[in-house]
Design a binder for this molecule. Sequence first.
Ligand SMILES: [Zn+2]
Ligand SMILES: [Zn+2]
Length: 423
Amino acid sequence: MYQAPRGTQDILPEDEPYWRQVEKQMRRQARLANYGEIQTPTFEETGVFARGVGATTDIVEKEMYTFLDKGGDSMTLRPEATAGIVRAYLQRGMASRPQPVKLFMLLNTFRYDKPQKGRFREFHQIDFEAIGEADPSVDAELVALHWRLYAELGLRDLSLQVNSIGDHNCRPAYIALLADYFRQHLDGLCEECQRRLETNPLRLLDEKRPQCQAVLEGAPRSADHLCDACRAHFETWLSYVEAAGIPFEINSRLVRGLDYYTRSVWEVWPPVVGAQSTLGGGGRYDGLAEQLGGRPTPGVGFASGVERIILEIKDQQVDMPSPTAPDVFVVYQAEGGKLAAFRLAEELRAQGISADLSFGDRKLGKQLSAADRARARFALILGEDELASGTVTLKDLQSGGDQRRVSRHDLVSVLRQADAATQ
Ligand SMILES: [Zn+2]
Ligand SMILES: [Zn+2]
């Protein structure tokens, strides 16, 4: 027997309400703030991510699904959304549209990561981007959208963590200062941190291992070393977030895992912070378009893992709608009944009424229990009497099994009335 590859999942119909709810809320928030949907390819030339996400990130160093295609070109299954969207922005001439270009996408993403609760090798993300505008009020709009998305899904007690990590102007000096500080405190750092210090000192601030925390607590803070332009951007951003009525916490350890971030970074944390602390995060990436060979183009966006959101919805026991169920389940008796039942189900479907029926010549009792298991609102019984008289027996499965005889002619309007009455 084959098994699904490690770290992948089969999403079954019983989880559908969660997925549907998250997707519905994503589309609703996109519409409320005028973001347009984009779809980019599942794989890109490897350079899009190697250059875009950054060669020294965990993603590029060890988590990418990279392969040579039959033409000998190196391709990579997307490990995130932003680099591909910015590639599309550049390639499709979106710089000539009114700026910012506001886009969203629901996508599958691939990272060869250690599978654990809520973390998969193929997972899904909601992604929002606003490209082509440096104004910090755009950052605030995205934070507000991100926050509202979770709030409207029913999630409570979240916290918004914010920071600024500077730009090409002030970040190099800050990173040098940080590296100096860490070199003076090598004894307090684990081997992994010591290794990272040589490639990407900023990423040490992400470190979760307890033995490194004392050194990290004393590290210089990026927000204290911003140039005037970055400081003004940070302050304006936060004043707009405040204007949106969203409480936040400045977190000097927040740097995000991807190299392309500049200035604003944020994460939203659940009330119980476990191994997977963040529900979603984002930031500004003013240097990314140039990394990908385009003209300097500011941009800002966020992503949130759908599996991670659903885990939180379940943890917080938010009410979800029931999985979809058919309006009617057609139950038939005798030889001639089956064809009539099939025809009736098709007629109802053509009228927009969802219908199901049993296959394979099951007995009437078996068919009725199938109707129950399908959680159908009504069983439509087609017995010999009904067939002869051009009627059906309508059995209401959700109100204790009340039965009544209805003529075939009136059936659709009776079902529509019942449907209207329950809404
Ligand atoms: Zn460490
Ligand atoms: Zn700066």
